[in-house]
Design a protein around this ligand. Structure first.
Ligand code: NAI
Ligand code: AKG
Length: 447
């Protein structure tokens, strides 16, 4: 059967097995559209049905999470852990707490994670998890009770050599602390390597908090350098104002760019002088307030309610909020306004139509599985430190992160060149990651 037809039939299988899971379909489609040349070059992959196997999670865990609010009312949420692929190492990937979480979201995130983790070159498989729990408006004690209940079930599925969760949307160092505390209590084991993103005081790694945002900015720096350019004098727009966005903004400023706008799910703020990070961190990390508070605190900034940030003109766009936030419409606006580089700090923030429009317009487009891999890579460095009971300096860890991002960038471009698609970061990332996972799966036999 011709390769194109074989990949189409795998996609049809994925649709039939995972009905209604549109985000997962989208993530699979993008990979299948890229890897044809690699499948053609390596007939041994077809014989072992690697493509079909890679699209099927190794294990899917769904569980009940009962918890009690401050008024004594009982709530039932649903918990998930998608153990997608462990050919390269223990399942590794974050936990997302957001009301939109369902099977299709954790499956797409787990699938993306397999490829992203492979690109880091580190020994980590791919997984993801979370819950449809909404942390917004919950008290600290409610968050703690929810995390304890979530871990009471999750603990039997994870471990330093099995599956190592971390944070994602709605899960930061506070939640990781409560999750780790409950794991330790239930298992009676101080197993530092079971979770990453921990606080520095109990086994966390320096730079993990900053890593995803910093890594994305390092990746953009490489994209600009590949075009003979730099951040100097560049105007940048970042979506979101959470963990990834805040540290992307910090590193862009350190590298000479100026971030003039950022957002949250209620709207966006514009600050032509450059986002003031001290103010932003106080609002988002300490007071946990809406982004409008930024315009209250900074007199020359303006707040736009209920709209996306992409109409603000920029040279570089860094979507760092959530999936499918740049559709064809937003991509057209960005291109029209002169944007030349887009790098995804979030997972799959650009729809397929958006990606196509960027590529047709000659915009350098860095997909999330390459551009935001710095977070999980630094989690793998945290696992290394936990395994050796060591703690590295900020400078040393940041240098390692920068090297990893440079290597990923090089691997994407070299692979794209090798397969005749120069400059295509999407194809380069998908093929480089796919061949690494496929080779490991072949070596491990039919398991
Ligand atoms: N935290 C990490 O280490 C990594 C996170 N990611 C991805 O980065 C993205 C952001 O994650 P975090 O910063 O960790 O989460 P977070 O919970 O710290 O922040 C999420 C931000 O996105 C905003 N947001 C959510 N929906 C939005 C919408 N519809 N429009 C505008 N803003 C919206 C929220 O208001 C918040 O500012 C997600 O796609 C996540 O999967 C990717 C790699 C690693
Ligand atoms: O550090 C980790 O394991 C989680 C990172 C993550 O969830 C992601 O890369 O999307």
């Amino acid at each position: 059967m011709p390769i194109h037809e074989r990949l189409e039939s795998v996609y049809a299988e994925v649709l039939a097995r995972n009905p209604g899971e549109t985000e997962f379909h989208q993530a699979v489609r993008e990979v299948l559209e890229s890897i044809g040349p690699a499948v053609g070059k390596h007939p041994q992959y077809a014989d072992a049905k690697i493509v079909s196997r890679i699209c099927e999670p190794e294990r899917q865990i769904i569980f009940r999470v009962p918890w009690e609010d401050d008024r004594g009312e009982i709530h039932i949420n649903r918990g998930f852990r998608m153990e997608f692929n462990s050919a390269l190492g223990p399942y590794k990937g974050g936990l997302r707490f957001h009301p939109s979480v369902y099977l299709g979201i954790v499956k797409f995130l787990g699938f993306e994670q397999v490829f992203k983790n492979a690109l880091t070159g580190l020994p980590i498989g791919g997984g993801k998890g979370g819950s449809d729990f909404d942390p917004k408006g919950k008290s600290d004690r409610e968050i703690m009770r929810f995390c304890q209940s979530f871990m009471t079930e999750l603990h039997r599925h994870i471990g330093e050599y099995t599956d190592v969760p971390a944070g994602d949307i709605g899960v930061g160092s506070r939640e990781i602390g409560y999750l780790f505390g409950q794991y330790k209590r239930i298992t009676n084991r101080y197993e530092s390597g079971v979770l990453t993103g921990k606080g520095l005081i109990y086994g966390g790694a320096r730079v993990r908090t900053e890593a995803t945002g910093y890594g994305t900015a390092f990746f953009v720096n490489e994209m600009l350098a590949a075009r003979g350019d730099s951040f100097e004098g560049k105007t940048v727009v970042v979506s979101g104002s959470g963990n990834v966005a805040i540290y992307a903004i910090e590193k862009v400023h350190q590298l000479g760019g100026r971030v003039v706008a950022c957002s949250d799910s209620s709207g966006y703020v514009v600050d032509e002088k450059g986002i003031d990070l001290e103010v932003l961190k106080e609002i988002k990390e300490v007071r946990r307030e809406r982004i409008s508070a930024y315009a209250d605190a900074v007199s020359h900034a303006r707040y736009v309610e209920g709209q996306q940030v992409w109409s603000v003109p920029c040279d570089v766009a860094m979507p760092c909020a959530t999936q499918n936030e740049i559709t064809g419409k937003e991509a057209e606006t960005l291109v029209r306004n002169g944007c030349t580089v887009v790098a995804e700090g979030a997972n799959m923030p650009t729809t397929p139509e958006g990606v196509r429009l960027f590529q047709e317009a000659g915009v350098a487009f860095g997909p999330g599985k390459a551009a935001n891999a710095g977070g999980v890579a630094t989690s793998a460095l945290e696992m290394q430190q936990n395994a050796s009971r060591d703690s590295w300096s900020f400078e040393y860890t940041e240098d390692r992160l920068e090297d990893i991002m440079r290597d990923i960038h090089t691997r994407c471009l070299e692979t794209a060149d090798e397969y005749g698609m120069p400059g295509n970061y999407v194809a380069g990332a998908n093929i480089a990651a796919y061949t690494r996972v496929a080779d490991a799966m072949l070596a491990l036999g039919l398991v």
